[in-house]
Design a protein around this ligand. Structure first.
Ligand code: AMP
Ligand code: MG
Length: 498
Protein backbone atom coordinates (compact mmCIF):
# COMPACT_ATOMS: atom_id res chain seq x y z
CA UNK A 1 0.00 0.00 0.00
CA UNK A 2 1.41 3.33 -1.00
CA UNK A 3 1.34 6.39 1.15
CA UNK A 4 -0.11 8.40 -1.74
CA UNK A 5 -3.16 6.17 -1.99
CA UNK A 6 -3.61 6.62 1.75
CA UNK A 7 -3.43 10.37 1.71
CA UNK A 8 -6.25 10.68 -0.81
CA UNK A 9 -8.45 8.68 1.58
CA UNK A 10 -7.86 10.45 4.89
CA UNK A 11 -6.34 13.84 5.47
CA UNK A 12 -6.04 13.66 9.24
CA UNK A 13 -5.29 16.39 11.71
CA UNK A 14 -4.16 15.47 15.23
CA UNK A 15 -5.15 18.33 17.51
CA UNK A 16 -5.78 16.08 20.52
CA UNK A 17 -2.32 14.53 20.32
CA UNK A 18 -0.74 17.95 19.73
CA UNK A 19 -2.48 19.69 22.62
CA UNK A 20 -2.96 17.07 25.29
CA UNK A 21 0.28 15.21 26.00
CA UNK A 22 -0.29 13.28 29.21
CA UNK A 23 -3.78 12.15 28.21
CA UNK A 24 -2.85 9.41 25.72
CA UNK A 25 -0.35 6.80 24.65
CA UNK A 26 0.77 6.56 21.03
CA UNK A 27 -0.36 3.11 19.87
CA UNK A 28 -1.07 1.19 16.67
CA UNK A 29 -3.94 -1.06 15.65
CA UNK A 30 -3.33 -4.80 15.59
CA UNK A 31 -2.52 -6.15 12.13
CA UNK A 32 -5.63 -7.51 10.42
CA UNK A 33 -4.50 -9.94 7.75
CA UNK A 34 -7.99 -10.74 6.46
CA UNK A 35 -10.08 -7.56 6.61
CA UNK A 36 -13.56 -7.69 5.02
CA UNK A 37 -15.86 -4.71 4.84
CA UNK A 38 -19.25 -5.69 6.31
CA UNK A 39 -20.92 -2.28 6.38
CA UNK A 40 -19.97 1.09 4.95
CA UNK A 41 -22.10 4.10 5.84
CA UNK A 42 -22.12 5.81 2.45
CA UNK A 43 -24.17 8.89 3.40
CA UNK A 44 -21.81 9.49 6.33
CA UNK A 45 -18.73 8.93 4.16
CA UNK A 46 -20.01 11.55 1.73
CA UNK A 47 -20.75 13.92 4.62
CA UNK A 48 -17.12 13.50 5.67
CA UNK A 49 -15.91 14.20 2.10
CA UNK A 50 -14.62 10.63 1.85
CA UNK A 51 -14.99 8.69 -1.39
CA UNK A 52 -17.09 5.56 -0.71
CA UNK A 53 -15.72 3.67 -3.72
CA UNK A 54 -12.14 4.31 -2.56
CA UNK A 55 -13.04 3.08 0.93
CA UNK A 56 -14.38 -0.13 -0.59
CA UNK A 57 -11.05 -1.03 -2.23
CA UNK A 58 -8.71 -3.43 -0.35
CA UNK A 59 -6.41 -0.48 0.51
CA UNK A 60 -9.41 1.57 1.60
CA UNK A 61 -10.57 -1.15 3.99
CA UNK A 62 -7.07 -1.47 5.47
CA UNK A 63 -6.88 2.31 5.85
CA UNK A 64 -10.23 2.29 7.67
CA UNK A 65 -8.91 -0.08 10.32
CA UNK A 66 -5.59 1.68 10.90
CA UNK A 67 -3.60 -0.88 8.90
CA UNK A 68 -1.90 1.44 6.41
CA UNK A 69 1.18 3.55 6.99
CA UNK A 70 -0.69 6.86 6.97
CA UNK A 71 -3.62 5.84 9.16
CA UNK A 72 -1.31 4.10 11.66
CA UNK A 73 1.27 6.89 11.80
CA UNK A 74 -0.22 9.01 14.59
CA UNK A 75 -2.91 6.85 16.17
CA UNK A 76 -3.29 7.06 19.94
CA UNK A 77 -5.09 5.37 22.82
CA UNK A 78 -6.81 8.00 24.98
CA UNK A 79 -6.61 7.97 28.77
CA UNK A 80 -9.65 8.44 30.95
CA UNK A 81 -10.94 7.51 34.37
CA UNK A 82 -14.53 6.91 35.39
CA UNK A 83 -17.15 5.96 37.92
CA UNK A 84 -18.44 2.53 36.90
CA UNK A 85 -21.74 1.80 38.67
CA UNK A 86 -20.72 4.40 41.24
CA UNK A 87 -17.20 3.05 41.89
CA UNK A 88 -14.27 5.16 40.84
CA UNK A 89 -11.63 3.59 38.54
CA UNK A 90 -8.62 5.89 38.20
CA UNK A 91 -7.40 4.36 34.93
CA UNK A 92 -9.76 3.08 32.26
CA UNK A 93 -8.87 4.51 28.86
CA UNK A 94 -9.10 3.07 25.36
CA UNK A 95 -8.46 -0.58 26.21
CA UNK A 96 -9.54 -1.82 22.78
CA UNK A 97 -9.91 1.44 20.89
CA UNK A 98 -7.79 4.02 19.11
CA UNK A 99 -8.13 7.53 17.77
CA UNK A 100 -6.76 7.48 14.21
CA UNK A 101 -7.08 11.22 13.72
CA UNK A 102 -9.49 14.06 13.08
CA UNK A 103 -11.19 15.16 9.87
CA UNK A 104 -11.91 18.86 9.49
CA UNK A 105 -14.56 19.77 6.94
CA UNK A 106 -14.99 22.92 4.87
CA UNK A 107 -17.07 24.57 7.61
CA UNK A 108 -14.30 23.94 10.15
CA UNK A 109 -16.17 21.24 12.03
CA UNK A 110 -13.80 18.63 13.41
CA UNK A 111 -14.62 14.95 13.82
CA UNK A 112 -12.74 12.05 15.34
CA UNK A 113 -12.17 8.84 13.39
CA UNK A 114 -11.92 6.19 16.04
CA UNK A 115 -11.63 2.39 16.10
CA UNK A 116 -13.22 -0.06 18.52
CA UNK A 117 -11.96 -3.64 18.64
CA UNK A 118 -8.54 -2.77 17.20
CA UNK A 119 -6.45 -4.80 19.65
CA UNK A 120 -4.99 -4.49 23.15
CA UNK A 121 -3.52 -1.15 24.23
CA UNK A 122 -1.64 -0.05 27.37
CA UNK A 123 -5.12 0.49 28.90
CA UNK A 124 -6.38 -3.03 28.15
CA UNK A 125 -6.00 -4.38 31.71
CA UNK A 126 -7.35 -7.96 31.53
CA UNK A 127 -9.23 -7.47 28.24
CA UNK A 128 -8.36 -9.04 24.91
CA UNK A 129 -8.69 -5.77 22.98
CA UNK A 130 -11.16 -7.37 20.60
CA UNK A 131 -14.79 -6.99 19.63
CA UNK A 132 -17.25 -9.37 17.99
CA UNK A 133 -19.20 -8.85 14.75
CA UNK A 134 -22.62 -8.87 16.46
CA UNK A 135 -22.00 -6.09 19.00
CA UNK A 136 -20.21 -3.87 16.47
CA UNK A 137 -23.11 -4.20 14.01
CA UNK A 138 -25.40 -3.49 16.95
CA UNK A 139 -23.65 -0.16 17.51
CA UNK A 140 -23.94 0.52 13.76
CA UNK A 141 -27.72 -0.11 13.77
CA UNK A 142 -28.48 1.69 17.04
CA UNK A 143 -26.40 4.78 16.32
CA UNK A 144 -27.92 5.12 12.83
CA UNK A 145 -31.37 4.85 14.37
CA UNK A 146 -30.56 7.52 16.96
CA UNK A 147 -29.18 9.84 14.32
CA UNK A 148 -32.29 9.40 12.17
CA UNK A 149 -34.44 10.17 15.22
CA UNK A 150 -32.63 13.49 15.44
CA UNK A 151 -30.81 12.61 18.67
CA UNK A 152 -27.17 13.70 19.03
CA UNK A 153 -24.92 10.67 18.74
CA UNK A 154 -21.60 9.32 17.64
CA UNK A 155 -21.96 7.72 14.21
CA UNK A 156 -20.72 4.49 12.66
CA UNK A 157 -18.75 4.79 9.44
CA UNK A 158 -17.94 1.14 8.91
CA UNK A 159 -17.79 -2.34 10.38
CA UNK A 160 -14.90 -4.48 9.20
CA UNK A 161 -14.65 -8.22 9.92
CA UNK A 162 -11.16 -9.26 11.03
CA UNK A 163 -11.38 -12.90 9.99
CA UNK A 164 -10.15 -13.77 13.48
CA UNK A 165 -12.17 -15.47 16.19
CA UNK A 166 -12.96 -13.71 19.48
CA UNK A 167 -13.45 -15.76 22.62
CA UNK A 168 -16.56 -14.81 24.60
CA UNK A 169 -18.99 -17.34 26.05
CA UNK A 170 -18.55 -19.01 22.70
CA UNK A 171 -16.14 -18.33 19.85
CA UNK A 172 -17.43 -15.46 17.70
CA UNK A 173 -16.23 -13.77 14.51
CA UNK A 174 -14.21 -10.62 15.27
CA UNK A 175 -14.80 -7.10 13.93
CA UNK A 176 -13.63 -3.51 14.17
CA UNK A 177 -16.06 -0.58 14.29
CA UNK A 178 -15.00 2.75 12.76
CA UNK A 179 -16.70 5.40 14.88
CA UNK A 180 -17.13 9.07 14.11
CA UNK A 181 -17.66 11.61 16.90
CA UNK A 182 -17.48 15.35 17.31
CA UNK A 183 -14.92 14.38 19.98
CA UNK A 184 -14.24 11.57 22.41
CA UNK A 185 -13.87 13.90 25.40
CA UNK A 186 -15.74 12.39 28.32
CA UNK A 187 -16.52 13.27 31.90
CA UNK A 188 -13.95 10.56 32.62
CA UNK A 189 -11.31 12.46 30.63
CA UNK A 190 -11.71 15.37 33.05
CA UNK A 191 -11.64 12.99 36.01
CA UNK A 192 -8.36 11.53 34.77
CA UNK A 193 -6.79 14.96 34.20
CA UNK A 194 -7.98 16.24 37.59
CA UNK A 195 -6.63 13.15 39.36
CA UNK A 196 -3.13 13.71 38.01
CA UNK A 197 -2.98 16.77 40.25
CA UNK A 198 -1.40 18.65 37.35
CA UNK A 199 -3.41 21.89 37.33
CA UNK A 200 -1.86 22.98 34.06
CA UNK A 201 -2.99 19.75 32.32
CA UNK A 202 -6.54 20.19 33.57
CA UNK A 203 -6.59 23.76 32.31
CA UNK A 204 -5.19 22.66 28.93
CA UNK A 205 -7.94 20.04 28.65
CA UNK A 206 -10.67 22.55 29.50
CA UNK A 207 -9.24 25.09 27.06
CA UNK A 208 -9.06 22.43 24.35
CA UNK A 209 -12.68 21.37 24.95
CA UNK A 210 -13.90 24.97 24.94
CA UNK A 211 -12.02 25.75 21.72
CA UNK A 212 -13.39 22.62 20.07
CA UNK A 213 -17.00 22.62 21.23
CA UNK A 214 -17.70 26.23 22.22
CA UNK A 215 -15.41 28.50 20.19
CA UNK A 216 -17.74 31.41 20.93
CA UNK A 217 -16.78 31.14 24.62
CA UNK A 218 -13.08 30.89 23.73
CA UNK A 219 -13.24 34.14 21.78
CA UNK A 220 -15.49 36.06 24.15
CA UNK A 221 -13.13 38.73 25.50
CA UNK A 222 -15.76 39.92 27.99
CA UNK A 223 -15.31 36.72 30.02
CA UNK A 224 -12.62 36.26 32.63
CA UNK A 225 -11.01 32.80 32.81
CA UNK A 226 -13.08 31.60 35.76
CA UNK A 227 -16.28 32.89 34.16
CA UNK A 228 -15.42 31.07 30.95
CA UNK A 229 -14.93 27.75 32.76
CA UNK A 230 -18.22 28.22 34.59
CA UNK A 231 -20.00 28.99 31.32
CA UNK A 232 -18.39 25.86 29.86
CA UNK A 233 -19.83 23.79 32.72
CA UNK A 234 -23.26 25.34 32.06
CA UNK A 235 -23.03 24.41 28.38
CA UNK A 236 -22.19 20.78 29.14
CA UNK A 237 -25.04 20.60 31.60
CA UNK A 238 -27.38 22.04 28.96
CA UNK A 239 -26.44 19.59 26.21
CA UNK A 240 -26.59 16.63 28.59
CA UNK A 241 -29.99 17.68 29.98
CA UNK A 242 -31.33 18.02 26.44
CA UNK A 243 -29.80 14.69 25.43
CA UNK A 244 -31.31 12.66 28.25
CA UNK A 245 -34.68 14.35 27.63
CA UNK A 246 -34.53 13.14 24.03
CA UNK A 247 -33.71 9.61 25.15
CA UNK A 248 -36.67 9.62 27.51
CA UNK A 249 -38.99 10.81 24.75
CA UNK A 250 -38.23 7.79 22.54
CA UNK A 251 -37.92 5.18 25.32
CA UNK A 252 -34.17 4.76 24.89
CA UNK A 253 -32.25 3.12 27.73
CA UNK A 254 -28.51 3.69 27.52
CA UNK A 255 -27.74 0.94 29.98
CA UNK A 256 -24.26 1.89 31.18
CA UNK A 257 -24.17 5.55 32.14
CA UNK A 258 -20.77 5.40 33.77
CA UNK A 259 -18.91 8.73 33.73
CA UNK A 260 -16.55 7.41 31.05
CA UNK A 261 -19.57 6.96 28.78
CA UNK A 262 -20.82 10.55 29.13
CA UNK A 263 -19.54 12.97 26.49
CA UNK A 264 -18.64 16.62 26.86
CA UNK A 265 -20.19 17.23 23.40
CA UNK A 266 -23.63 15.95 24.39
CA UNK A 267 -23.54 13.08 21.91
CA UNK A 268 -24.80 9.64 22.88
CA UNK A 269 -21.79 7.32 23.13
CA UNK A 270 -21.17 3.63 23.78
CA UNK A 271 -23.90 1.37 22.45
CA UNK A 272 -23.04 -1.69 24.54
CA UNK A 273 -26.10 -2.69 26.54
CA UNK A 274 -28.56 -0.07 25.27
CA UNK A 275 -32.06 -0.93 24.09
CA UNK A 276 -35.43 0.66 23.43
CA UNK A 277 -38.16 0.04 25.96
CA UNK A 278 -41.18 -1.96 24.81
CA UNK A 279 -43.96 -1.80 27.41
CA UNK A 280 -43.81 1.43 29.36
CA UNK A 281 -42.33 0.95 32.81
CA UNK A 282 -39.92 3.45 34.39
CA UNK A 283 -38.13 0.59 36.16
CA UNK A 284 -37.15 -1.09 32.88
CA UNK A 285 -33.55 -2.41 32.83
CA UNK A 286 -32.08 -4.61 30.09
CA UNK A 287 -28.43 -4.86 31.12
CA UNK A 288 -27.52 -8.23 32.61
CA UNK A 289 -25.26 -6.61 35.24
CA UNK A 290 -27.49 -3.72 36.36
CA UNK A 291 -29.05 -5.62 39.25
CA UNK A 292 -29.90 -2.55 41.31
CA UNK A 293 -31.48 -0.70 38.39
CA UNK A 294 -29.01 2.17 38.70
CA UNK A 295 -29.38 2.84 34.96
CA UNK A 296 -33.08 2.01 34.63
CA UNK A 297 -35.12 4.04 32.11
CA UNK A 298 -36.68 6.29 34.75
CA UNK A 299 -33.37 6.87 36.56
CA UNK A 300 -31.53 8.33 33.59
CA UNK A 301 -32.16 12.03 34.33
CA UNK A 302 -30.99 11.77 37.96
CA UNK A 303 -27.98 9.66 36.98
CA UNK A 304 -27.02 12.23 34.37
CA UNK A 305 -27.15 14.92 37.02
CA UNK A 306 -25.00 12.71 39.29
CA UNK A 307 -22.47 12.33 36.48
CA UNK A 308 -22.48 16.09 35.94
CA UNK A 309 -21.74 16.53 39.66
CA UNK A 310 -18.62 14.40 39.18
CA UNK A 311 -17.66 16.64 36.26
CA UNK A 312 -18.23 19.73 38.39
CA UNK A 313 -15.84 18.39 41.04
CA UNK A 314 -13.06 18.14 38.48
CA UNK A 315 -13.57 21.76 37.38
CA UNK A 316 -13.43 23.31 40.89
CA UNK A 317 -9.78 24.44 40.68
CA UNK A 318 -10.69 26.42 37.54
CA UNK A 319 -13.77 28.12 38.95
CA UNK A 320 -12.34 30.13 41.86
CA UNK A 321 -9.20 30.47 43.97
CA UNK A 322 -11.22 29.88 47.10
CA UNK A 323 -12.43 26.27 47.39
CA UNK A 324 -15.74 27.12 49.08
CA UNK A 325 -16.51 29.75 46.48
CA UNK A 326 -15.78 27.24 43.70
CA UNK A 327 -18.11 24.67 45.26
CA UNK A 328 -20.84 27.27 45.56
CA UNK A 329 -20.52 28.21 41.88
CA UNK A 330 -20.54 24.62 40.65
CA UNK A 331 -23.45 23.70 42.92
CA UNK A 332 -25.40 26.66 41.57
CA UNK A 333 -24.99 25.42 38.01
CA UNK A 334 -25.75 21.81 38.92
CA UNK A 335 -28.95 22.91 40.63
CA UNK A 336 -30.33 24.15 37.31
CA UNK A 337 -30.36 20.60 35.90
CA UNK A 338 -33.89 19.53 36.92
CA UNK A 339 -35.45 22.67 35.46
CA UNK A 340 -33.45 22.44 32.24
CA UNK A 341 -34.28 18.77 31.84
CA UNK A 342 -37.97 19.25 32.59
CA UNK A 343 -38.24 22.10 30.11
CA UNK A 344 -36.73 19.97 27.32
CA UNK A 345 -38.78 16.90 28.21
CA UNK A 346 -42.07 18.78 28.53
CA UNK A 347 -41.59 20.58 25.23
CA UNK A 348 -40.91 17.27 23.47
CA UNK A 349 -43.84 15.59 25.18
CA UNK A 350 -46.22 18.34 24.07
CA UNK A 351 -45.08 17.74 20.49
CA UNK A 352 -45.66 14.02 20.87
CA UNK A 353 -49.16 14.61 22.28
CA UNK A 354 -50.03 17.20 19.66
CA UNK A 355 -50.42 20.00 22.20
CA UNK A 356 -49.44 23.63 22.08
CA UNK A 357 -47.40 25.50 24.65
CA UNK A 358 -50.30 26.40 26.96
CA UNK A 359 -51.76 23.23 28.42
CA UNK A 360 -54.44 23.90 31.04
CA UNK A 361 -54.81 20.29 32.22
CA UNK A 362 -51.59 19.86 34.22
CA UNK A 363 -52.20 16.19 35.00
CA UNK A 364 -52.85 15.17 31.38
CA UNK A 365 -49.35 13.88 30.59
CA UNK A 366 -48.88 12.13 33.94
CA UNK A 367 -52.21 10.38 33.55
CA UNK A 368 -51.25 9.20 30.06
CA UNK A 369 -48.05 7.65 31.40
CA UNK A 370 -49.90 6.15 34.37
CA UNK A 371 -52.31 4.40 31.99
CA UNK A 372 -49.48 3.07 29.83
CA UNK A 373 -47.72 1.77 32.93
CA UNK A 374 -50.76 0.21 34.59
CA UNK A 375 -51.84 -1.58 31.45
CA UNK A 376 -48.31 -2.37 30.19
CA UNK A 377 -48.78 -0.72 26.79
CA UNK A 378 -46.00 -0.55 24.20
CA UNK A 379 -44.45 2.93 24.42
CA UNK A 380 -43.69 3.48 20.73
CA UNK A 381 -46.97 2.03 19.45
CA UNK A 382 -49.03 4.04 21.91
CA UNK A 383 -47.52 7.40 20.99
CA UNK A 384 -47.61 6.70 17.27
CA UNK A 385 -51.28 5.69 17.43
CA UNK A 386 -52.31 9.08 18.80
CA UNK A 387 -52.04 10.77 15.40
CA UNK A 388 -54.62 8.30 14.09
CA UNK A 389 -56.87 9.37 16.95
CA UNK A 390 -56.47 12.99 15.90
CA UNK A 391 -57.47 11.90 12.38
CA UNK A 392 -60.66 10.40 13.83
CA UNK A 393 -59.58 6.78 14.35
CA UNK A 394 -59.49 6.78 18.13
CA UNK A 395 -60.09 3.02 18.22
CA UNK A 396 -56.47 2.37 17.19
CA UNK A 397 -55.26 3.70 20.54
CA UNK A 398 -58.27 2.43 22.46
CA UNK A 399 -57.53 -1.14 21.31
CA UNK A 400 -54.10 -1.00 22.97
CA UNK A 401 -55.72 -0.94 26.42
CA UNK A 402 -57.18 -4.10 27.95
CA UNK A 403 -59.48 -1.87 29.98
CA UNK A 404 -60.37 1.07 27.72
CA UNK A 405 -62.43 3.02 30.27
CA UNK A 406 -59.53 5.11 31.70
CA UNK A 407 -58.38 5.85 28.16
CA UNK A 408 -61.86 6.98 27.10
CA UNK A 409 -61.98 9.45 29.97
CA UNK A 410 -58.45 10.64 29.24
CA UNK A 411 -59.16 11.01 25.51
CA UNK A 412 -61.97 13.46 26.29
CA UNK A 413 -59.61 15.70 28.27
CA UNK A 414 -56.91 15.36 25.62
CA UNK A 415 -59.34 16.30 22.86
CA UNK A 416 -60.47 19.37 24.83
CA UNK A 417 -56.86 20.54 25.12
CA UNK A 418 -56.26 20.08 21.41
CA UNK A 419 -59.36 21.95 20.37
CA UNK A 420 -58.12 25.01 22.32
CA UNK A 421 -55.31 25.31 19.77
CA UNK A 422 -57.60 26.05 16.83
CA UNK A 423 -55.27 24.29 14.38
CA UNK A 424 -56.79 21.81 11.93
CA UNK A 425 -56.59 18.14 12.81
CA UNK A 426 -54.46 17.07 9.86
CA UNK A 427 -51.80 19.69 10.62
CA UNK A 428 -51.61 18.51 14.23
CA UNK A 429 -51.50 14.83 13.22
CA UNK A 430 -48.76 15.45 10.67
CA UNK A 431 -46.65 17.23 13.32
CA UNK A 432 -47.22 14.33 15.71
CA UNK A 433 -46.06 11.85 13.07
CA UNK A 434 -42.75 13.73 12.97
CA UNK A 435 -42.37 13.45 16.75
CA UNK A 436 -43.50 9.86 17.26
CA UNK A 437 -41.42 7.30 15.35
CA UNK A 438 -43.17 4.27 13.91
CA UNK A 439 -39.91 2.34 13.41
CA UNK A 440 -37.34 1.90 16.17
CA UNK A 441 -34.74 -0.88 16.36
CA UNK A 442 -36.91 -3.29 18.29
CA UNK A 443 -35.04 -5.75 20.46
CA UNK A 444 -36.35 -8.94 18.88
CA UNK A 445 -35.57 -7.65 15.37
CA UNK A 446 -32.09 -6.46 16.34
CA UNK A 447 -31.30 -9.84 17.88
CA UNK A 448 -32.66 -11.70 14.86
CA UNK A 449 -30.63 -9.57 12.43
CA UNK A 450 -27.41 -9.88 14.47
CA UNK A 451 -27.76 -13.64 14.78
CA UNK A 452 -28.06 -13.91 10.99
CA UNK A 453 -25.08 -11.57 10.50
CA UNK A 454 -22.94 -13.58 12.92
CA UNK A 455 -23.78 -16.62 10.81
CA UNK A 456 -22.67 -14.70 7.70
CA UNK A 457 -25.89 -13.23 6.27
CA UNK A 458 -26.08 -9.43 6.38
CA UNK A 459 -29.41 -9.05 4.57
CA UNK A 460 -31.49 -8.51 7.72
CA UNK A 461 -29.04 -5.97 9.18
CA UNK A 462 -29.10 -4.06 5.90
CA UNK A 463 -32.88 -4.10 5.87
CA UNK A 464 -33.11 -3.02 9.51
CA UNK A 465 -30.72 -0.13 8.89
CA UNK A 466 -32.79 0.97 5.89
CA UNK A 467 -35.96 0.86 7.99
CA UNK A 468 -34.66 2.81 11.01
CA UNK A 469 -33.00 5.43 8.82
CA UNK A 470 -36.48 6.78 8.06
CA UNK A 471 -38.25 6.27 11.38
CA UNK A 472 -41.16 8.67 10.98
CA UNK A 473 -42.55 7.67 7.56
CA UNK A 474 -44.88 4.70 7.47
CA UNK A 475 -44.14 2.50 4.44
CA UNK A 476 -46.12 -0.46 3.10
CA UNK A 477 -44.53 -3.87 3.60
CA UNK A 478 -42.76 -2.90 6.84
CA UNK A 479 -45.56 -3.92 9.21
CA UNK A 480 -43.40 -6.36 11.14
CA UNK A 481 -40.93 -3.57 11.96
CA UNK A 482 -43.70 -1.58 13.63
CA UNK A 483 -44.91 -4.39 15.86
CA UNK A 484 -43.92 -5.14 19.46
CA UNK A 485 -42.06 -8.37 20.18
CA UNK A 486 -44.15 -11.53 20.14
CA UNK A 487 -44.86 -12.70 23.70
CA UNK A 488 -42.60 -15.75 23.26
CA UNK A 489 -39.57 -13.45 22.82
CA UNK A 490 -39.47 -13.26 26.63
CA UNK A 491 -37.57 -10.72 28.74
CA UNK A 492 -34.76 -9.08 26.81
CA UNK A 493 -31.17 -8.95 28.14
CA UNK A 494 -28.18 -6.92 26.97
CA UNK A 495 -24.47 -7.13 27.80
CA UNK A 496 -21.43 -4.89 28.46
CA UNK A 497 -17.88 -5.40 27.26
CA UNK A 498 -18.90 -7.39 24.22
P1 AMP B 1 -17.25 0.03 28.18
O1 AMP B 1 -18.04 -0.89 29.06
O2 AMP B 1 -17.31 -0.33 26.72
O3 AMP B 1 -17.58 1.46 28.42
O4 AMP B 1 -15.71 -0.18 28.57
C1 AMP B 1 -15.19 0.15 29.84
C2 AMP B 1 -13.69 0.01 29.83
O5 AMP B 1 -13.28 -1.33 29.56
C3 AMP B 1 -12.96 0.86 28.79
O6 AMP B 1 -11.75 1.27 29.37
C4 AMP B 1 -12.75 -0.11 27.67
O7 AMP B 1 -11.66 0.26 26.84
C5 AMP B 1 -12.44 -1.39 28.43
N1 AMP B 1 -12.74 -2.61 27.66
C6 AMP B 1 -13.97 -3.12 27.38
N2 AMP B 1 -13.85 -4.28 26.68
C7 AMP B 1 -12.52 -4.50 26.50
C8 AMP B 1 -11.76 -5.53 25.86
N3 AMP B 1 -12.33 -6.58 25.27
N4 AMP B 1 -10.40 -5.39 25.88
C9 AMP B 1 -9.80 -4.36 26.48
N5 AMP B 1 -10.47 -3.38 27.11
C10 AMP B 1 -11.81 -3.44 27.12
MG1 MG C 1 -17.13 3.02 27.18
Amino acid sequence: VTRTADLTLFDFDHSFARSLQGLYEPWQAAAIPDATLLELNEPLAVELSLDPSALRTPEGVLALVGNTAATAADSIAQAYAGHQFGNYSPRLGDGRALLLGELVDATGSRRDVHLKGSGRTPFARGGDGRAAVGPMLREYVMSEAMHALGIPTTRSLAVVATGEPVRRETELPGAVLVRIASSHLRVGTFQYAAATGDAELLRRLADYAIERHHPDLASDASLGDAERYLAFYERILAVQADLVAQWMLVGFIHGVLNTDNVTISGETIDYGPCAFMDEFDPATVFSSIDHAGRYAYGSQPQITQWNLARLGETLLPLLAEDADAAVELATGVLGTFPERYTRAFDAGLRRKLGLGSDVADAALADDWFRMLHEQRVDFTTAFRSLAAAVRGEVDVTRALFDDPAPFDAWAQRWSAERSRQGDDAEAIAARMDRANPIYIPRNHLVEEALAAATAGDLALVDELVAVVRDPFTERPGLERYAQPAPTDFGPHQTFCGT
